[in-house]
Structure formats: C-alpha cells, structure tokens
Design a protein around this ligand. Structure first.
Ligand code: NAP
Length: 318
C-alpha cells in the first residue's frame, strides 16, 4: 500500500521528524510558528492525516471543515481535552494520542514540583541573588518522609507518581471515579470523596483528565479543607484549577505552596503566580524529555500507520 502524506502542524525535534519522514511523506512546520486553525486546515488539503498537538482545538467545527482527503488525526499528547471525540466518532474519523510513553517523564516532573515547593525553591533561587550566608532559620521546608501523598486521578500518571512517592517513604492515598483493584492500588488508601482525601493529605496532586466534571475542581471551598501545611501540585491541566481561589490561598498562606506545570489560558497564564514566593511554576514541560518526545512520536506514527492499514492500535481514542 502506498505511503500516506501527512501534515505535521508543529515544529518537532529532529529525531522525531526523522522517524516521521521514514514512515510518511510529510509536510513539516519548518518555521516553528504556531498555526491557526485555518492554517492547519489549509495545510491538510490533499493530505491523508494530521500529526497534531494540544495547541490545535479540534472541535466539531474543525472536524466539519476537515478536507475530504483526511482519514485520521493524531495529537502529540496523552491529554485529549482539546479534541471533540464525539464529533470525530460521528464523522468516523480515527483519533490517536500518546499514552504510556510519557508517563514516567511526567511523574518525574510531578516529583520535581513536589520537592520544589517542599524545599522552597522559588525563594531559594531568589535568595541566591543576594545571599548573606547560612543560618538555621533559612528557608526551612517540609520533609516528605512519612507524609501522605494524595493523588486525584489514579490513572497511568497518578500511579507512576505514587511509585515515586513510595520511594520517598510517603503514604499513598488516592481518589478516582472508582476504587482500583489491589494490584493497581499497591496498598494506596482509597477515598471515594476527593474532599476527604484533600483534608487528610500533605501533598495533593492533580493527575486526572480535564473533563466537564473536573474543570474548576480546585475551588475555594475545596482548598479550605486542606491543611495549612499542605502542598498542591498540578501536573494535569490548568483548567482543573480556579486561579482566583488558589492565588488567594497562596497569598494568605492558607496552604504551604503550589507547584504548577499547567495553567488556564496557556501561555497567557495569570501573572499573579509570578510574584508568589510559595508558587513554583513551570511552562508545561511535564512530558518534555528526549525520551518521552521520541516515544510520543513513535506511538503516534504507529497509530497513524495502523489507520492506514485498517488495523487496531493501542492508542486509538475514536
Ligand atoms: P489516565 O490514565 O486516563 O488517568 C486519568 C485518571 O483520572 C483516570 O484514572 C480517570 O478515571 C481519572 N478521572 C477522570 N475523571 C475523574 C473524576 N471526575 N474524578 C476522579 N478521577 C477522575 O491518563 P494519564 O495518562 O494518567 O494522564 C492524566 C492527565 O495528565 C492527562 O489527561 C493530561 O491532561 C495530563 N498530562 C499532563 C502532562 C503535562 O505535560 N503536564 C503530560 C501528560 C499528561 P477513569 O479511568 O475511571 O476515567
């Protein structure tokens, strides 16, 4: 069967572009410019598939306007809150994402966020600009040993974070839509109500999907249930957090701090986070390692090749 022609919407690392070029006749984004929906749809004219990403809103209108040549779309992410799967299914359009291959990298980033807040890294980095020397009072943080890590969303990433938490000798607890079987729980305590988990943990980590149910989840009322010494970590999606509520809690020291990799309205995140000494913020680098980026490319290629050959794929969403 002949090769598919695909449109790659974002500039990819060289090693990913090489893998794509080996499998498809690819048109690459060579400038690195972030494309508008219209530009993506234009680029797809005459192409068999899209190698897309989180920056492209694939809503019902997008699927309605897809050129008739397009037979499959992929998103270079595991999260698919930007993709209207119902619209894709209604159109019979296969959609692929990048599960598993980024899980460890993202879990490592969650630990980075946790440790950075626990050890007051934002303040430490600032202090290095004008450091007067060691004192016993300087930036006393929180040790993780024996503390409870509460994970909201005990899926692939959530469980990989738990694995690392155990390595730090933390107690693991979680909340999810359902209690998991013992082989997946690995001794973690299940809280059917996330509010109870929040009241009983020291590090609360958001690792769920962004869905209509989880959007705005971390609000004023729920934050009020947390211990004043607790840390919030968001490795999932920005829209799970109500920024006004979290910023108020941080500014008033009603929690110890927050480590955030993702934000509402990226890249125009709420600038108040920048001036909070107890906020440690990152520019959505959760899956940004060479290993994960390469794996994400390969699994997406695998899915699109399966679509071409009419075969099943482990990363097919619709
Ligand atoms: P996953 O395996 O699907 O895990 C998500 C978990 O959240 C599932 O166990 C799911 O339960 C649970 N969940 C969904 N809705 C819930 C609710 N209302 N209440 C409680 N739990 C709920 O996905 P993953 O691979 O771990 O990835 C998780 C999310 O992380 C992705 O959706 C993505 O948005 C985010 N992410 C961020 C980065 C980054 O760069 N920062 C990188 C990768 C992923 P069910 O299975 O029962 O639905």
């Amino acid at each position: 069967m002949s090769r598919w022609s695909i449109f790659v919407a974002a500039k990819m690392p060289d090693y990913v572009e090489r893998d794509i070029a080996a499998a498809f006749d690819a048109t690459f984004n060579t400038t690195g410019e972030k494309l508008t929906t219209d530009q993506v749809l234009k680029g797809l004219e005459g192409k068999d598939a899209l190698f897309g990403n989180v920056g492209i809103k694939m809503d019902a209108d997008f699927f309605a306007r897809l050129p008739s040549s397009v037979k499959a779309v992929g998103t270079y992410s595991v999260g698919y809150d930007h993709v209207d799967l119902a619209a894709a299914k209604a159109k019979g359009m296969p959609v692929f994402n990048t599960p598993d291959v980024l899980t460890d990298t993202v879990a490592e980033c969650a630990m980075l966020l946790t440790l950075s807040v626990a050890r007051r890294i934002t303040e430490s980095v600032a202090l290095m600009q004008n450091w007067k020397g060691w004192t016993p009072l300087q930036l006393n943080g929180m040790e993780l040993v024996g503390k409870t890590m509460g994970i909201f969303g005990f899926g692939r990433v959530g469980r990989a974070i738990a694995e690392r938490g155990r390595g730090f000798r933390m107690q693991i607890a979680y909340s999810d839509l359902n209690k998991l079987p013992p082989d997946l729980e690995q001794g973690a305590a299940y809280y059917p109500k996330p509010e109870d988990l929040m009241a009983n943990c020291d590090v609360f980590i958001l690792a769920c999907n962004s869905t209509p149910e989880t959007r705005g989840f971390l609000n004023r009322e729920r934050l009020a249930k947390m211990k004043p010494t607790a840390i919030v970590v968001n490795i999932a999606r920005g829209d799970i957090v109500n920024d006004d509520a979290l910023i108020e809690a941080l500014a008033q020291n009603r929690i110890m701090g927050a480590g955030l990799d993702v934000f509402n309205n990226e890249p125009n995140y709420d600038p108040r986070y920048r001036s909070l000494p107890n906020a440690f913020i990152l520019p959505h680098i959760g899956s940004s390692t060479v290993e994960a980026r390469r794996g994400m490319g390969r699994i997406l290629i695998e899915g699109l090749l399966a679509a071409k050959d009419g075969k099943p794929a482990r990363n097919r969403l619709a």
